[in-house]
Ligand binder design. Structure first.
Ligand SMILES: Cc1cc2nc3c(=O)[nH]c(=O)nc-3n(C[C@H](O)[C@H](O)[C@H](O)COP(=O)(O)OP(=O)(O)OC[C@H]3O[C@@H](n4cnc5c(N)ncnc54)[C@H](O)[C@@H]3O)c2cc1C
Length: 374
């Protein structure tokens, strides 16, 4: 493939732009369905974008309105992901999580309970006795348990998906940046930074924070990027909790929660701050805000043990000034053909949903395209 790409024009059935969790899952799905697939990644390694900067939580699908892409794809993706981890030895743990309400927040907690029930996601109200017995350092008025929430090693997952992709005949090309995608008849032409042209029957734009930049303005309508940065502080001491602890969600995020990774390390975050520039440093000056948020549910938190850790940027969208809350699958159709689909606004729970997004994108296409299984 390397040689072919150096030869200016390459033909393939499917081109996937972006080697994050979602792009890799999509590429794998099409390759396993028998398509000839090329996956382009701008950076030198796969999975170094937003997928490497998440909480690594397998979300249950409690919060999202029924009928939304997030609701369906998170719930379906969670089941596929647990199955995939078991079958392929990807490290994970079904830790469960508690969502906690302080005084005056009980009705909002009930609304989450009711939404989870509507979504048919398992959730349980905890008694005061149970809360105190199980998590004595936790301060709250009420709490819900989500038993199907878990944590995953996202790097391991991505590399396992890439292995599947390559075993199915897919070709990965790193340090390959797509600069434009245009429709040519019933195909799409993608031009790379090095001048290579890739002609594909289908292009799937899974370029994360850069996906909108590859959509022509005439198609993107009023969508604009709305980058929402989330920073984490690690905790250098012993954590008394046995599961993930979440406060109530804010307007812009799930609240500064406690997540654990598979090594047992603890961190708090992410907060939610709109940014224009992509910049990933964590501001030590945010410490008081973190302490205040965490102390709401864990008053014994030792401030000296909180250290700036890492940050990620949620690739959200604005539509005419309003924040778009759902995933967007933008189909650039020409008549009955749709040679380009762009995956926009794939913020949380994108990691959880990746395998289900792959199936969804395949279903959007497969009536129009057919691949010869080899
Ligand atoms: C702070 C934070 C916490 C999160 N926590 C969770 C969580 O706990 N659970 C969960 O389910 N989700 C979580 N998410 C969301 C999840 O991380 C994302 O939805 C998911 O990782 C998106 O994957 P992706 O493949 O779409 O994007 P990315 O991982 O960003 O991949 C896109 C890739 O495209 C490449 N690229 C960009 N432009 C080009 C180009 N022109 N040509 C070629 N390649 C290009 C980039 O280099 C990148 O590797 C979180 C997100 C953030 C920001």
């Amino acid at each position: 493939m390397e040689n072919e790409l150096l030869n200016n024009t390459v033909n393939t059935e499917v081109l996937v732009i972006g080697g994050g969790a979602v792009g890799v899952a999509v590429a794998r799905h099409f390759a396993r369905e028998g398509a000839q697939v090329v996956l382009l990644e701008r950076e030198s390694t796969i999975g170094s974008g937003t997928s490497s900067r998440s909480s690594g939580v397998i979300h249950a699908g409690l919060y999202y309105p029924e009928g939304s892409h997030k609701e369906r794809l998170c719930i379906e993706g969670k089941a596929l992901l647990y199955r995939y981890c078991i079958d392929n030895g990807v490290p994970f743990e079904q830790t469960g999580k508690w969502i906690v309400a302080s005084t005056g927040q009980e009705s909002r907690l009930e609304a989450i309970h009711d939404q989870a029930v509507k979504n048919s996601v398992s959730v349980r109200r905890l008694s005061k006795h149970e809360i105190h017995r199980s998590e004595p350092e936790l301060r709250c008025r009420a709490a819900l348990e989500s038993p199907s929430t878990g944590i995953i090693d996202a790097h391991y997952l991505i590399h396992s998906l890439v292995r599947d992709f390559e075993l199915a005949g897919g070709l990965v090309h790193c340090r390959a940046e797509a600069v434009s995608v245009e429709i040519l008849g019933d195909k799409a032409q993608t031009v790379l930074r090095d001048g290579t042209h890739v002609i594909a029957g289908l292009v799937i734009n899974a370029a994360g924070l850069d996906a909108l930049a590859l959509v022509p303005e005439s198609v993107a309508h009023s969508y604009k990027n709305y980058y929402l940065k989330g920073s984490y502080f690690s905790y250098g001491g012993k954590i008394p909790f046995k599961r993930l602890i979440y406060p109530l969600p804010s307007d812009e995020g799930l609240g500064i929660h406690l997540t654990l990774d598979l090594s047992g390390a603890a961190r708090f975050g992410p907060d939610a701050r709109p940014v224009v520039e992509r910049e990933f440093s964590v501001n030590r000056g945010d410490l008081p805000m973190f302490v205040s948020a965490v102390s709401e549910y864990w008053p014994q938190c030792d401030i000296k043990k909180l250290k700036p850790d890492y940050a990620g940027i949620r690739p959200k969208l604005h539509d005419g000034g309003t924040v778009v809350e759902d995933f967007v699958f933008m189909d650039q159709s020409i008549g009955t053909q749709s040679p380009v689909i762009s995956l926009l606004g794939i913020d949380s729970p994108g990691l959880t949903s990746a395998l289900a997004i792959a199936g969804h994108v395949f279903d959007l296409f497969h009536k129009k395209a057919s691949f010869t299984k080899t």
